[in-house]
Write a protein that binds this ligand. Sequence first.
Ligand SMILES: Cc1cc2nc3c(=O)[nH]c(=O)nc-3n(C[C@H](O)[C@H](O)[C@H](O)COP(=O)(O)OP(=O)(O)OC[C@H]3O[C@@H](n4cnc5c(N)ncnc54)[C@H](O)[C@@H]3O)c2cc1C
Length: 295
Amino acid sequence: MNKAEEERERATFHHFDRLAETHPELVIRTPFLYVASQDLYGQGWWKDLVRNASLRSSLGLGSVNDQYRRVDKPDLPSGWNHGLAWEAFTLNAPLYLNYIADKLKSHGVPFIRQRVSALDEAYDIPGIGPVDLVINATGLGSQTLIGVQDSKVFPARGQTVLVKAPNVKTNYGCRDQNFLPKGESMYIIPRPSEGHVILGGTFLPNVYSTLPDMETAERILKNAYKLCPALSHGQGWEKIEVVKHNVGLRPCREGGARIELEERITGEGKLLPASVKGKARKVAVVHAYGIGPAG
Ligand SMILES: Cc1cc2nc3c(=O)[nH]c(=O)nc-3n(C[C@H](O)[C@H](O)[C@H](O)COP(=O)(O)OP(=O)(O)OC[C@H]3O[C@@H](n4cnc5c(N)ncnc54)[C@H](O)[C@@H]3O)c2cc1C
């Protein structure tokens, strides 16, 4: 992770800290437990962030048990020798996006859904334009969007299983490559609502298929059960209540996200749609894509 990414994650962490106080239906503070075959204590730039109780008090927030600590046997799932616990946040992404959309609408921001094949089209959308500034947050679309066509953008396929287990309240994770196939990790993320829990998952660069693979799904369920038998009250991995199988493509970019202001002239380019071709105008774009797994 580079410095810019660290800063963004830090800002996000503080934002969620406040939101967990004001909107607990969207964001909650939750305990995390990571297991490994080696001691992970002290690794990771974020260790001071998650244990920074004094920061919370400087933000005017109540104190919580946000101790970043080692976990030893017998408090670990069986088969694991080392563990690390801390508190961070979990949010329900669809609910959170609706919340942001409602805020924008309350400020009079119109919502229009339209696919564009060229960035130039976004400067004159019927009902909004003409505008001088566009924010390009098209994720993987930036690979092919005319006027952007960023060859550093690539997908990382992620497969997860959504299950129901209202009794599970802790997040679990493991990235120990001694135990996992390449491109896979284990994670269990209870959502703040509906008793739903996300089990994962894969991270396969440059794989475009969005069809769920059932062998992968079975491995995800088996691994998750080993970490947390409470997912089926100890009745075996087959008894975990599956809600659905998900596959998504994370919008990644070599070198990290592109967050950048660019000045440009519209109307230039052989392949532009006739609606915008030749209509020269000096405009600007703020690129905001390529955030990958940390959106
Ligand atoms: C399995 C999985 C698990 C994940 N887990 C986590 C997690 O635990 N925590 C986390 O922080 N993140 C997670 N992510 C990553 C997160 O989903 C992404 O980082 C985030 O969605 C990126 O947001 P974005 O708005 O940049 O891009 P997207 O969400 O990809 O949005 C881009 C939008 O642009 C639109 N678009 C593209 N091209 C065009 C065009 N030509 N015209 C009009 N519209 C266009 C698309 O339709 C889309 O709506 C996960 C992703 C996956 C797949």
